[in-house]
Structures are given as structure tokens and as C-alpha cells.
Write a protein that binds this ligand. Structure first.
Ligand SMILES: NCc1[nH]cc(CCC(=O)O)c1CC(=O)O
Length: 309
């Protein structure tokens, strides 16, 4: 490996840092390297700085990634650790997702203030979420609820909930587990009842195409099954050409030697939705996702996207 430092770029949130440390630990174990072989560089992104608006309103791709990718492209860092869920389907020229770590729990969690279960909330109760997908799914399941914008990082949201700012909120199980905060969860929602975002629960590593030193470093920590599931989910997203204003759910997993995929698109008010379930060989992961995306697009019709975007 040589003696060159391995420079890891990450956002500075508690969750981003936990994911960067997990990556470093896996690399240390796989290669017998000391901590001193790594340097963790914290990069502030536009997504971190904008706190007062829904990010979908700000628009633009890569709000959480652009500043990190600039540092990758110009060689200031060697690899970047991201939540796969936050990654746009298209990356800057010369960069690629070179590695996926084994996926954590992909489910969404409901965290109630006064009741444990989402369905036990009284009529008109307030649920905070900043995710268009969660907002649309909530409105579909419980049209009576008052769904409000709720931003901030995971610990901030838990604090606001404890103070009674909302009656409940939704967060990814994966993030809560990585922060050792899973004991706050009052209900883990099933993958079918509340389908997760494409990429949810997976950590991915982005690096330069053709960087053989980094490819060799990452090879032993990559997880083939997660990589296939993510190829499928990201191809689904790509085929839908969804802007960040489109509520989209999608999840692939391996069962009985096959890749099973379930996807869904919704209108923001949750009134209209289209679902698809499909499967195929693991080797065809990207094709399965792309065809599911094309099929759901056909079924929904072009008006589905045009009516409210
Ligand atoms: N957009 C924020 C974000 N990106 C990844 C996670 C959680 C970790 C994951 O899904 O891997 C979260 C917070 C959340 O949705 O609760």
C-alpha cells in the first residue's frame, strides 16, 4: 500500500462521522493498518448549511455531495464515505461508487412522543418529516394527520420530539442504530407497509475511476449482495428520472438465490400511487431495476409527473 496517508472525506454530522469511522475500522481490520494510516477530512456541504427550507425546494443535485466530490476530483482526498440514499444517480465525470458496505436495517422507524405506533396516533396529530417520500406515505396511510416539515440532524430531531414539538417523527433505523440511538424507536415499520428510499441503510464509497491503489484497498470490504441491491435500486431511480421532488420508494433484497425488488411512486398528497414487484437473477440487478422503473412510468403515464411538479 505504500506509506501514503489514506484521506477520507466525509460530512461532519454525527451520522456521517459514524459512517466514516465504520469504514476506517473495516479498512484497518482488512489490511492490518493503524489508525494513523488514515486522515479524516470533514467537508461542509450546501445541504448541511441550509436548515430553514425543504431541500427539495432548494433543488439541484448533489446538495450533500458536491463539495466532497470536488475534493475527490482534484486529489485532496482519496475516498468519500456517503449514505447511499443521499447519492444522485449521476456522478461527476471520473468518479464512481467503488464500494458498498453490508447494508444495515433498511426499515423506517416511527418514534412516537405519546403513542408507540403510527396507527395509534389520534386524529389530527402532528408528525414531522422532511422526506417527501415519508410525507406522501404518511398522508396515504393517515390522511387525517398533520404532516409538517421537520429538519435537522438525527439528535436534533430526537430532542425536538422529546420537547413535544411533534407527536411523532420518522427516521431510518440504520442511522439510529449507527448512532446507538435505536432505543428511541417505538415502532419499526415493515418494508412492505412503509417502503424505504432507494439506498436506505447502505453506506457507499465514492472514489476516482482508475485509482488502482484505492480499488485494491476497498476490494476486501465491499459486500457483493448490497452492491447488487443498490445497482437495482439506483437503476430504478435513474429510469424514473425522478427529481428530488418526486416521492419514490424502492428496495431490493436477495431471497432464494434471486433478487426481489419492490418499487413505488406517489403523488406528494399520497392520493395516487403506483407499485411494482419483480425479481430476477442477481447478475441482472441493474436491468431489473431499470425495467421496473420503465414499467411503473408507463403505468403511471406522463401526466402523473406533470400534474404536480
Ligand atoms: N437524508 C438524510 C439521511 N441520509 C441517510 C440517513 C439514514 C441512514 C441511511 O438511510 O443509511 C438519513 C437520515 C434518516 O433518513 O433518518
Amino acid at each position: 500500500m505504500g506509506t501514503d496517508l489514506i484521506r477520507i472525506g466525509t460530512r461532519g454530522s454525527d451520522l456521517a462521522l459514524a459512517q466514516a469511522y465504520e469504514t476506517r475500522t473495516r479498512l484497518m481490520t482488512a489490511h492490518g493498518l493503524p489508525k494513523e494510516a488514515f486522515e479524516i477530512e470533514i467537508v461542509s456541504t450546501a445541504g448541511d448549511r441550509i436548515q430553514d427550507r425543504p431541500l427539495a425546494e432548494v433543488g439541484g443535485k448533489g446538495l450533500f455531495t458536491m463539495e466532497i466530490e470536488e475534493r475527490l476530483s482534484d486529489g485532496r482526498i482519496d475516498l468519500a464515505v456517503h449514505s447511499a440514499k443521499d447519492m444522485p444517480t449521476e456522478l461527476p465525470d471520473g468518479l464512481y461508487l467503488s464500494c458498498f458496505l453490508p447494508r444495515e436495517d433498511a426499515r423506517d422507524a416511527f418514534i412516537g412522543h405519546s403513542v408507540k405506533n403510527l396507527m395509534d396516533l389520534p386524529r389530527g396529530a402532528t408528525v414531522g418529516s422532511s422526506s417527501l417520500r415519508r410525507q406522501a406515505l404518511l398522508r396515504r396511510m393517515r390522511p387525517d394527520l398533520n404532516v409538517v416539515l421537520y429538519r435537522g440532524n438525527v439528535p436534533t430531531r430526537l430532542r425536538k420530539l422529546a420537547e413535544g414539538a411533534v407527536d411523532g417523527t420518522m427516521l431510518a433505523m440504520a442511522g439510529l442504530r449507527r448512532l446507538n440511538l435505536a432505543d428511541h424507536v417505538t415502532e419499526a415499520l415493515s418494508l412492505t407497509a412503509f417502503p424505504p428510499a432507494p439506498g436506505q441503510g447502505a453506506i457507499c464509497i465514492e472514489s476516482r475511476i482508475g485509482d488502482e491503489r484505492i480499488d485494491a484497498l476497498l476490494a476486501p470490504i465491499g459486500h457483493a449482495e448490497t452492491a447488487a441491491a443498490l445497482a437495482c435500486e439506483r437503476a430504478f431511480l435513474g429510469a424514473l428520472d425522478g427529481s428530488c421532488r418526486t416521492p419514490i420508494a424502492g428496495h431490493a433484497h436477495l431471497a432464494g438465490g434471486k433478487l426481489l425488488f419492490a418499487g413505488m411512486i406517489l403523488t406528494p398528497d399520497g392520493k395516487d400511487a403506483h407499485e411494482i414487484e419483480t425479481d430476477g437473477p442477481l447478475a441482472d440487478a441493474a436491468r431489473i431495476g431499470r425495467q421496473a422503473g420503465e414499467e411503473i412510468r408507463r403505468r403511471a403515464g406522463t401526466d402523473f409527473f406533470a400534474s404536480w411538479s
